[in-house]
Design a protein around this ligand. Structure first.
Ligand SMILES: C[S@@+](CC[C@H](N)C(=O)[O-])C[C@H]1O[C@@H](n2cnc3c(N)ncnc32)[C@H](O)[C@@H]1O
Length: 187
C-alpha cells in the first residue's frame, strides 16, 4: 500500500483545496439523503467535504494510505470516518456503503484488480460505484481508452451491472467516470 509521502501530501493539498474534479464526481453520484458514502484515495478531502455537506459527516467515510491526508481530512471534515488504508484493504464491513467513489486515485493503486474486487464487497446490493480518472491519450496519471475498456471488463467479471463510462469536463481536464452497480441479488 503506497501512498503520497508527507511532503507530497502537503504540497498536493496546497494546490487542490477545491478541485472542480471533486464537484463533478459528487454531482454525478446523485447523492440521496439515505446514502452511505465511501471515498477511496481521498487526498486532501475536497470530495469528502462536498459529500458531508450534502448528507452530514456521519454518512461519509474515506480511506487513503497517506496518514498525512487522513489527519488533514479528519480535521477538515469532523465527524466523517477517515482511515489509513488502500483500495486493496478497505477496513470497513462488507456491504456497508450505497455509494463508493474514487477520484484520480485508481492509477496509483498497487493492485487495481484487487482494489476493485475489495470495493465491490463493501457495496450494498444496489449500491453504485464511480471511478473517475483524467482521460489521457497515453498511459500516465489518468486513464487511456484501452485501460478504460480493461476496467469495464474487470467490473463485468466481478458481476457489476449497468457498466458504462461518462465523460465530463472538469476545468481544463476531460474526466472519464466509470459507473457500475452491484446487483440487488445474485443472478
Ligand atoms: C492524485 S491524488 C487524488 C486525491 C483526491 N482524490 C483528489 O481528487 O484530489 C491520488 C490519491 O490516491 C492515493 N492512493 C495511493 N495509493 C492508493 C491505494 N492503493 N489505494 C487508495 N488510494 C491510494 C494517494 O495517497 C492520493 O491521495
Amino acid at each position: 500500500m503506497a501512498g503520497f509521502s508527507r511532503v507530497a501530501s502537503r504540497l498536493y493539498a496546497l494546490f487542490t483545496r477545491n478541485p472542480s474534479t471533486a464537484r463533478v464526481v459528487v454531482e454525478q453520484a446523485r447523492l440521496q439523503p439515505n446514502d452511505r458514502v465511501l471515498e477511496v484515495g481521498c487526498g486532501a478531502g475536497g470530495a469528502v467535504d462536498l459529500a458531508a455537506q450534502a448528507l452530514g459527516p456521519d454518512r461519509v467515510a474515506a480511506v487513503d494510505p497517506s496518514p498525512t491526508f487522513v489527519e488533514m481530512v479528519s480535521r477538515r471534515v469532523p465527524g466523517a470516518d477517515i482511515r489509513v488504508a488502500g483500495a486493496e484493504d478497505v477496513p470497513f464491513d462488507d456491504q456497508r456503503f450505497t455509494v463508493i467513489f474514487s477520484v484520480a486515485s485508481m492509477h496509483h493503486w498497487d493492485d487495481r484488480a484487487a482494489g476493485l474486487a475489495t470495493l465491490i464487497t463493501k457495496l450494498a446490493p444496489g449500491g453504485r460505484m464511480l471511478i473517475a480518472e483524467r482521460l489521457l491519450k497515453r498511459p500516465g496519471h489518468g486513464i487511456t481508452p484501452a485501460q478504460l475498456a480493461e476496467v469495464e471488463a474487470e467490473l463485468a467479471e466481478l458481476d457489476q451491472i449497468g457498466i458504462h463510462t461518462v465523460e465530463r469536463k472538469a476545468g481544463w481536464r476531460q474526466l472519464a467516470i466509470i459507473r457500475s452497480t452491484r446487483p440487488l441479488a445474485a443472478a
